[in-house]
Design a protein around this ligand. Structure first.
Ligand code: NCD
Ligand code: ZN
Length: 335
């Protein structure tokens, strides 16, 4: 049994830099036609020059593969309409991080005051630059995303022409909010379709499933599954594959992030097949993103075949999701 995915896209990907970039980029580049590259490096990507040199380093790391890194700036309160206009040809989106809510976000926005920031959102809207948002407050860990809902609503209503992407949604409340406003869209990760907080901390603590936003309740996972499995046009795949070296994961003070890039398509195929929804995978991993971002990916056909394989325990010094476990589907050829 086999099927072909046309130009799969990963619209939320952390590739890091230096040795880590060299280690991880090839896994995404092999199986995806493109990805939205997150800008939370240290220091974050806040100007066009560093964005373009980072893009160059990515392209070098994926030499020989048909893969487009779609670049994303790290939102700063100091951005001007003039800066955005000049940046526009080089970027696919701008990512807004509230300060301190996740890995390398300390340079984010301290207090999201939508009114105060409105000149930036107006300019983004006029230039048709999508706004990607890490939608969490600094509140109680299980409520952070729900609490952020008010800001999403305010953004959606105040800037009806602005494309707003609720990144890596994890709750039923977010799935409902998404449906209420025409200009709200969402990425959904593989891991949030598969796990709940029980898998992270219900038994022995699993640091490799620890990420931001933390996986939530069963009913939350159900709501995400409904969107993804039905190929809902407002939702698209964003792996949020976020590699950290094993020394930063298997320790006290474990870093947040799940490394899923090498297993993403295999595990998605298994999940969609289990629910008898394989025909909707193309929409979830490519077509919806094309419509939402108005992009035309490079042509790349990825053939998946039902043949069991075992996920390696490590890739370099990074432990992947499903390490050492069998998966039912594998990518067989890419053309
Ligand atoms: C991401 C990382 O490690 O950069 N971590 C995570 O848990 N998802 C950042 C992010 O997307 O929140
Ligand atoms: Zn992320």
């Amino acid at each position: 049994m086999r099927f072909i995915l046309n130009s799969p896209l990963d619209m939320h990907l952390h590739l890091r830099d230096g040795g880590m970039l060299k280690n991880v980029a090839k896994f995404s580049a092999k199986e995806f036609a493109g990805a939205l590259i997150m800008p939370n490096l240290l220091p974050p990507i806040t100007d066009t020059q560093s964005l373009l040199s980072y893009k160059k380093r990515i392209l070098k790391a994926v030499t020989g593969e048909k893969f487009t890194p779609c670049m994303c700036l790290f939102f700063k309160e100091s951005y001007t309409a003039d800066f955005l206009e000049k940046a526009k040809p080089h970027i696919t989106a701008i990512k807004l991080y509230p300060s301190g809510v996740t890995t390398n976000s300390s340079g984010g926005v301290e207090q999201i005051d939508v009114k105060k920031l409105s000149p930036i959102f107006e300019a983004m809207s006029a230039l048709d630059i999508p706004l990607c948002v890490h939608g969490e407050t600094n509140g109680f860990v299980m409520d952070r995303e729900k609490e952020f809902g008010a800001i999403y609503e305010q953004l959606a209503v105040s800037f009806p022409k602005l494309t707003i992407i609720m990144e890596h949604i994890t709750t039923k409340a977010s799935a409902e909010l998404l449906k209420r406003h025409e200009n709200l869209y969402a990425t959904i990760t593989l891991h949030h379709l598969l796990i709940t907080l029980d898998d992270v901390a219900g038994g022995l603590l699993n640091p490799h499933l620890f990420c931001k936003p933390i996986a939530k309740r069963y009913e939350d996972r159900e709501a995400l599954l409904e969107l993804a499995l039905n190929g809902d046009k407002k939702a698209m795949f964003g792996s949020d594959s976020a590699p950290h070296p094993v020394s930063k994961k298997e320790c006290c003070g474990c870093a947040a992030g799940i490394f899923s890039a090498p297993i993403a398509l295999s595990a998605l195929a298994e999940l969609f097949e289990k629910h008898n929804k394989l025909t909707n995978l193309q929409a979830f991993v490519s077509n919806n993103a094309r419509d939402i971002y108005k992009l035309i990916p490079i042509e790349k056909n990825v053939t998946l075949e039902k043949e069991e394989w075992t996920v390696p325990a490590k890739f370099g010094d990074v432990v992947p999701m499903f390490a050492g476990q069998p998966l039912k589907w594998q990518v067989k050829c890419v053309s």
